[in-house]
Design a protein around this ligand. Sequence first.
Ligand code: ADP
Ligand code: MG
Ligand code: MG
Length: 357
Amino acid sequence: NKTKVLVIFGGQSGEHEVSVISAASVIKALHADRYEIQTIGITKDGSWYWGARPEAWKEAKADITNGAKQVAVVLNPQKPYFQAIDGSELPDQGRCDIIFPVMHGPKGEDGTIQGLFEMAGFPYVGSGVLGSSLGMDKDRMKAVFKEAGLPIVPHLTLLRSEINAAPKAAVKRISDSIGFPCFIKPANLGSSVGISKAEDDKQLLEALIYAAKFDRKIVIEKGVKAREVELSVLGNESAKASIPGEIKPTKDFYDYEAKYLDNSSELIIPAILSQKLIEQLQSYAVTAFEAVGASGLSRVDFFVTEDKQIFINEINTMPGFTQISMYPKLWEASGLSYSLLLDELIRLGFEKFKDDA
Ligand code: ADP
Ligand code: MG
Ligand code: MG
């Protein structure tokens, strides 16, 4: 008896394309003898298509929804299912055993779609509503990290309305307290979308206006000169951290292009660090995971300075998941293959569903 897994991908965020690539890898690696796979692709404008193929979406065909059926979710906590808008039949009457939302960014990784799964009554892979939303909001994430005793870089949070009302005052406040270089980030995004580095007042003002296009809340951080080290966390309660990996961006910082387009950044696995630092990072990674209330999986990202100071940068509750992504690569290096990792994530999804009941 195969487990029916529904992979949902795409979505309305700036990370739509990344999701499509991750989903294609996940679908390919789910063992055909254990799983029956169904898919839903969510278009950039938010329509859901059952039977969508990520390969077709990747190729940017004229009609990416070709052959797929637009569906709606039926909120029926005892037996949730999907229904075709045109009234036609869906395989398995639109039912599945568990959902794997391979989506990044707002409305995929931020707790909103997780809330829909909760309302409908579907088990799903990954963090719940709270863990997802805390992991998405860089401002609230930092507050929770700070409370958990994790080292964070100095930062400020400003609202778009404050920036628009008094841009010069905002620039002065930042340059007086944070200084340069600083990083300007929309609070709720990922994949470096909307992020800039500023070296002076002029760049800072431009960066604030740019980031404010993406979010109503903007986080400004002191720029640190450091190595970027990431760890994978896997589990529900009593989760474990992997060995660390290091990212060597070939550009000034790890921006969207460096992450996904030019493929030039190097992953070093394992990161070369002292045993003491590794253990500290592993302990911080698990603390961060528990602090936001994550479950299933997360990638926790750090800065390590030359004098061995550690800062936690962020947690990603649905990290990039292609075969060459850091999250699965770190487990692979610890002996857990990509396919076995998927088995474990699905098992953890069911476990969480049972625990929450
Ligand atoms: P995202 O969630 O979009 O990945 P990050 O906060 O990780 O956003 O920032 C993206 C990249 O920008 C990081 O991987 C790093 O290269 C650079 N960066 C971000 N914040 C800082 C900082 N405070 N100091 C130095 N580099 C930073
Ligand atoms: Mg992120
Ligand atoms: Mg990041």
